[in-house]
Write a protein that binds this ligand. Structure first.
Ligand code: CTP
Length: 408
């Protein structure tokens, strides 16, 4: 599989420390960007002596970050947000000094602070003079970092900038790119097909009016993107929303519940996973007027009929995919959601408390995820991150189910 597929939309924080090899970090940044990754460069002060910020800015399209407390950035994406943003921190080149500081847990500049504050995997590509590399202090630092789970890539042996021969050369950018690709791997849902519904439905009353709801589609779109990142092929059946479909997702736009049902039933053929995030209207007007309804009467009665339950229908299919539903509850969250999960015959339900400004039209949410014999509480966090956590539970449960079905 090409790296383009693997690194599509991956968020990589590229740390650059001071050393002759810093210029090679620019080539790596270029390769990562070309492979589809989003790259944010963070330079140490010493790196600035070897390479200019503008080089990285031109390559990555993002201003380089260097200061720990920079008022312009703290207001937009502060250092803690940047630590959360990163899916991988990669330090290229990593100087002997930086390795020592990393080992000691120092946090006196932006890059070292990010390394401490982030939960993302950390990889370092050391580059230094061979004597510095062989020094017992460096050896001890590297051993301790490896034991802590830091990936140490390289160094290579060969001729050094200082004229020495030996270990200490930075791995070539292409080799580093390959390692990043391997680290992200194929994704936990590589080769799987997923169908996601999102947004509201619109149930027409007449040619100009409809019954709708406040669903923004944010959760569904975030789930679609998180599935894509895990390597799944994603079909997103969406009601009308003002969001752009994540690049790489196949979007099927629909308006009514009936149209959504039709699109879903077609899309789920051969699918491994169905995630129903849409806020499907429970009822639709019994009749749709051919012409605009005039305000001639004092009162107006609108007859409603029940819409089909798309999720329940998919869950009842003979060769059904792993089915995940959402439940919005105002009270007794766990009990109501579990009852809903069983009534619909689905594998997993993600429940959220609604009312009091939660759930709809907001960027944050909290979820209680329930499945047969298990539960997980995902605390309040941005929907994008929440979706990533949810997708990781889904991948885990799908794997567990596959093992039960095929115990070889
Ligand atoms: N769903 C669906 N088709 C419908 C209605 C709901 O696929 N016609 C899906 C939703 O996408 C969601 C779940 O079913 O995953 C929600 O179930 P529902 O019973 O509608 O829950 P609530 O909206 O919480 O409804 P209730 O008012 O019954 O509590």
């Amino acid at each position: 599989m090409s790296n383009h597929f693997r690194l599509c939309a991956r968020r990589i924080l590229l740390g650059v420390t001071g050393g002759i090899a810093a210029y090679k970090a620019a080539e790596l940044a270029r390769l990562l960007v070309r492979a589809g990754a989003e790259v944010q460069v963070v330079m140490t002060e010493a790196a600035g002596a070897f390479i200019g910020e503008l080089t990285f800015q031109a390559i990555t399209g993002r201003p380089v970050r260097q200061a720990l407390f920079d008022p312009t950035h703290e207001a937009a994406m502060g250092h803690i947000e940047l630590a959360r943003w990163a899916e991988l921190i990669l330090v290229v080149p990593a100087s002997a000094d930086f390795l020592a500081r990393l080992h000691a847990g120092l946090a006196d500049d932006l890059l070292s602070t990010l390394c401490l504050a982030s939960e993302a995997p950390l990889a370092v590509a050391p580059a230094m003079n061979q004597n510095m590399w062989r020094h017992p202090a460096t050896t001890a630092n590297v051993e301790a970092l490896c034991a802590r789970g830091v990936r140490v890539w390289g160094p290579a042996e060969g001729e050094q900038a200082c004229g020495d021969q030996g270990p200490g050369r930075l791995l070539e950018p292409a080799e580093l790119l390959a390692r990043v690709g391997e680290l992200f791997g194929r994704g936990r849902l590589g080769g799987r097909k997923a169908v996601v519904t999102a947004g509201p439905t619109r149930e027409p009353l007449d040619p100009v009016r409809f019954l709708g709801n406040r669903s923004s589609g944010k959760m569904g779109y975030a789930v679609a993107e998180a599935l894509l990142r895990e390597g799944a092929e994603v079909i997103l059946v969406s009601g009308p929303v003002s969001l752009a479909a994540p690049p790489g997702v196949r979007l099927v736009p629909v308006e009514t519940a009936l149209a959504m049902r039709e699109a879903v039933l077609e899309a789920v053929a051969g699918a491994d996973l169905f995630v129903a995030c849409a806020a499907v209207a429970d009822y639709r007007p019994r009749e749709v007027a051919d012409h605009k309804i005039k305000k001639t009467e004092e009162t107006l009665q609108v007859g409603l009929v029940k819409n089909p339950d798309i999720l329940r229908e998919v869950a009842a299919l003979p060769d059904r995919p792993f089915c995940v539903g959402f439940a919005a509850e105002t009270e007794a969250l766990a009990g109501q959601a579990e009852a809903k999960r069983q009534a619909k015959g689905i594998d997993m339900i993600a429940a959220n408390q609604v009312g009091e400004g939660e759930g709809f039209e907001v960027d944050d949410n909290a979820l209680l995820v329930l499945w047969e014999g298990g539960r997980l509480e995902l605390p309040r966090q941005p929907k994008t991150r929440l979706a990533e956590r949810l997708v990781s539970v889904i991948a885990e449960r799908m794997d567990a189910q596959a093992t039960i079905e095929d115990p070889r």
